[in-house]
Ligand binder design. Structure first.
Ligand SMILES: O=C(O)CNC(=O)[C@H](CS)NC(=O)CCC(=O)C(=O)O
Length: 275
């Protein structure tokens, strides 16, 4: 059994402010006895426009946010999974990146979001992530951590079961969906998608989420969640943003084995393609 924590915050355009909020989450995670802390997509900053997103970006090795979190991880011996931005190959764009920072404060894994959120919802959010973000082109193979084998994705990737199934096939025990979901899509889809991904992959799902008002234009749904391989919601945060909050749950490798043994999902790859 290993305890994990999801952290929930409201990132703004101020990296210093966001780092301060994440330091609070680190303190709370350490106090809870968690062996790893999972933070949301874009924890380093959320800007109010594509050009502002690009203007704020720093290389990972010169980002005060990333350097500060690495120092926290090292001091507390606490691995941290966190979404940030990094410069794109094209200087007019950024990458939407997930980092694994180990207990020595080293960045050992990096994933670049492969599905970008381009939507135009009538009377709802209009967001064109691809205007300012470059899409990734590969799945990061699941990697060993003190809490289990982690398969990383980001936010909108949640709507594509293929990536979750591919990560499970490659050995993931835990699939992560660090997010900044919009309120209308979150209300309609967030929990059902997370539970579906947990049930169909028979894996733990850890989804740290942004919450509340980031700026005059952006609000996030919150409801960070940890779901077990049977689809049970083990821990959930709300939608209030008064202070950075964590929720924790135990990762039980015996339960993973039990669910996968009792309900074998033998895929008919003679009928449909293997993912
Ligand atoms: O903008 C940044 O800096 C950080 N990135 C995000 O917030 C991204 C792209 S706008 N948000 C999502 O993918 C929400 C998906 C969603 O809400 C859904 O699938 O319904």
């Amino acid at each position: 059994m290993a305890r994990v924590a999801v952290g929930q915050l409201t990132s703004t355009a101020s990296m210093a402010h966001n780092l301060a909020q994440c330091r609070v989450l680190v303190r709370k995670a350490v106090q809870s006895g968690a062996k790893a802390l999972f933070l949301p997509e874009a924890s380093d900053y959320i800007a109010s426009s594509g050009p502002e997103t690009v203007s704020l970006v720093r290389p990972i090795d010169r980002s005060e946010f990333v350097l500060g979190l690495r120092e926290e991880a090292r001091r507390e011996k606490l691995p941290i999974h966190v979404g940030v931005h990094e410069p794109g190959l094209n200087a007019a764009k950024v990458k939407n990146t997930l980092l694994w920072i180990n207990e020595l404060g080293e960045i050992t894994q990096r994933y670049q979001k492969i599905h970008l959120f381009d939507v135009e919802i009538k009377d709802g959010p209009v967001l064109k992530e691809s205007n300012s973000v470059e899409e990734g082109a590969e799945i990061l193979p699941p990697f060993d951590t003190p809490v289990g084998k982690v398969g990383a994705t980001i936010c909108f990737d949640l709507r594509f079961p293929e990536i979750g199934i591919a990560l499970k096939r490659q050995g993931a025990d835990i699939i992560t969906y660090p997010s900044a979901f919009t309120v209308p899509t979150g209300k309609a889809h967030w929990e059902v998608l997370l539970r579906a991904r947990a049930i169909e992959t028979q894996s733990y799902v850890i989804a740290a989420a942004q919450v509340g008002q980031h700026n005059e234009k952006r609000v996030s749904y919150g409801h960070s969640m940890i779901v077990d391989p049977w689809g049970v919601v083990l821990a959930e945060l709300g939608d209030t943003a008064d202070e950075p909050e964590i929720a924790t749950a135990e990762i039980d490798h015996e339960l993973l084995r039990k669910v996968r043994t009792e309900v074998p999902l033998r895929r008919r790859i003679d009928v449909y393609p293997e993912i």
